[in-house]
Design a protein around this ligand. Sequence first.
Ligand code: FAD
Length: 438
Amino acid sequence: MTLPASARYVVIGAGIHGLSTAYHLAKELRARGTGSGADVVVLEKATPGAGATGIACGVVRNNYFQPAMSELMQACVEVWESDPEAYHYNGVGYIALGPRVQESDLVAVFERQERIGYRSELIVGEAEVDAHMKGLFPDWRARGVTVCLHEHQGGFAFNVESVMGLRDKCVAEGVQIHSYTEVTGFEVGADDTVTAVETGKGRIAVGEQVVIAPGPWAQQFWRMLGLPDTIDVRTPAGDVQHDVRMWTYWNLQEGEITVDPLMFATADGGAPPVIHLDTDAPLYTDDGDLVTNELWGIYYKRDRHGVQGGASPLTVDGDVQLDPYPSTTDVDPTFPDMWCAALSHAMSRFQGCRPLYKQARSGGVGSFTADNFPVFDYLKPNVYAILDSNHGYKMIGVGREVAKVLQGEHSSLLYPFRFERFATGDLHPVSNSPYPWS
Ligand SMILES: Cc1cc2nc3c(=O)[nH]c(=O)nc-3n(C[C@H](O)[C@H](O)[C@H](O)COP(=O)(O)OP(=O)(O)OC[C@H]3O[C@@H](n4cnc5c(N)ncnc54)[C@H](O)[C@@H]3O)c2cc1C
């Protein structure tokens, strides 16, 4: 496919956000009678799903302490549920379990979910949580868990397949997706609008707007747009932290065990919800060696060829070499011992699973903003940025909102994620979770 000389809308990046934006924009233009998918061009330096989207664990949940995240996620789950077949979405639900220190957070999350009509259930008390979990999984044996949020919506989707579903929807709307087309720079006019996008295959003049959805490559685009590496951040209390790095990196640790996926089923043989377990009970390997006696956590789900999941990510000092993605990254060598011990701590069916750990590349690098929450905003008069701070495979609905914003509408769901919040102190509340994305 030859690169067109110009396009009304140029979307950069064919991950979950770029493709969802392109698809919803095409639909929006058609519905308004103001255009079609033929007005939208997607530029991707590799192929669709080559970035973080293609390696995401695929968990879709609404367990967010921050009201704005929770409301946005409700809209995203609506998109997942709108076409489970095309998106390869499994609405099996999601369970978050925590120790006493997380009780107030999960209660607050549950109460908000009740208010906004997101279907979930809250169980409080060690014995009550144990009974709830044993009802689902008779071999449940995790200790130190006093609160359980059982979301009856959400679940997980198959990462690459969902990208293909979105790609097909784009193509059906007439959107052009140009793979192996790397964006190398922008031409900026006197009024600060981007007038053309430069690529390794030539330049495309921009008729109206550009959307950047670069995933972990956010910092590269930030610099291309002439934005600073550090910013000042005003806290909600009014103090100002100076020279905070805008972009930091974390190494996400994930892995899987090769077992018959059906061994991980509910008591009635049904598909299990995704499980996220945090506890402060001491963690031992099956051989009785202490792994940790501090707060630890894991998540896991049934996958096509076994059980897949992860644990807390590791911070990365300084910049990272992202390309080729994600082969430059490694998980902590002790991760398999910890994750398998934790699976066994949770359910006796996983006792002795350590030899079944699959020795393959897993996990990868994510990039995070100064406050670890997304930035969804215009960075130039006609350049909209979707920089999700590694929250975002689940956020398939952001593109639907962005499509409306590109047409001049206000999105109350995206507004709390504007860049200006760092200057005004309108930051999102912080939870007691050890994860940077909770
Ligand atoms: C190991 C791991 C597990 C995760 N698990 C989950 C999970 O379970 N649930 C969840 O919600 N989120 C998860 N995430 C986070 C999620 O994957 C990301 O937040 C999300 O996929 C980002 O989507 P994106 O479309 O913004 O970026 P990407 O999917 O990274 O897409 C960006 C695209 O831009 C392209 N690109 C980059 N530079 C250029 C350029 N110069 N020119 C043209 N194209 C370019 C890239 O090739 C890439 O395809 C996980 C992340 C990781 C790393």
